[in-house]
Design a protein around this ligand. Structure first.
Ligand code: ATP
Ligand code: MG
Length: 198
């Protein structure tokens, strides 16, 4: 499951857990993006913070792991590179790339779309307010993509960041340990990206 995870929240975790169950996946690998080229319009928190919050959020689930492949690779993250790296580490695995319906909409901005679809089966999670436009849906190869409806959790990282900036609680939107991590490092305070992790 790829994402910026700035911060990871219960929408991500519920979606991952649901897809794990539906497809009976052995492992769900959370892959925080490196420099998110599709979000160049805003400052994204340092990768190490996003990685550590993802580790904290997933630590209790024996089927959840976190991969550094994207944050350790220099330059912008492309899904093709993520899939190649995960494939190299798990040569015998059937790969499912879990993502949100909104991210699938960007699919034609991805490099090497044909190889991307050859390397993994795509699972697009829908959430409230993120319906895909029918024209894009029509172009996606249906044998390589499954759309699934996850329980409606109207949570986004954007909303979590805005709440934190405004001094409103993010408790219960993100795991408790992530709330504490955000506070400890001063993330999402006005005009700052927080202190560096140690
Ligand atoms: P931002 O608001 O910064 O874009 P986000 O909440 O969309 O953050 P991302 O890290 O961009 O979080 O999400 C990774 C993937 O998880 C995306 O493909 C997104 O569509 C999906 N996702 C995010 N929130 C939910 C949710 N509440 N339910 C289902 N899928 C979600
Ligand atoms: Mg998003």
């Amino acid at each position: 499951m790829g994402g910026t995870f700035d911060p990871i929240h219960h929408g991500h975790l519920v979606a991952a857990s649901e897809v794990q169950g539906w497809f009976d996946l052995d492992e769900v690998v959370f892959v925080p993006t490196g420099q998110p080229w599709q979000k160049a319009d805003r400052d994204v928190s340092p990768a190490e913070h996003r990685y550590l919050m993802t580790v904290i959020a997933t630590a209790a689930n024996p089927r959840f792991t976190v991969s550094r492949v994207d944050i350790d690779r220099a330059g912008p993250t492309y899904t093709i590179d993520t899939l190649r790296d995960l494939r190299a580490q798990r040569p015998d695995a059937d790969l499912y790339f879990i993502t949100g319906a909104d991210a699938l909409t960007d699919i034609f901005s991805w490099r090497d779309a044909d190889e991307v679809f050859a390397l993994a089966h795509f699972v697009g999670c829908t959430r409230p307010g993120a319906d895909m436009d029918p024209a894009t849906l029509a172009k996606i190869p249906h044998d390589r993509v499954t759309m699934v409806e996850v329980p409606a959790l109207a949570i986004s990282s954007t909303d979590c960041r805005e709440r934190q900036r405004a001094g409103q609680p993010v408790w219960y939107l993100v795991p408790d340990g992530v709330v504490q991590y955000i506070t400890k490092h001063g993330l999402y305070a006005p005009d700052t990206t927080g202190t560096e992790p140690e």
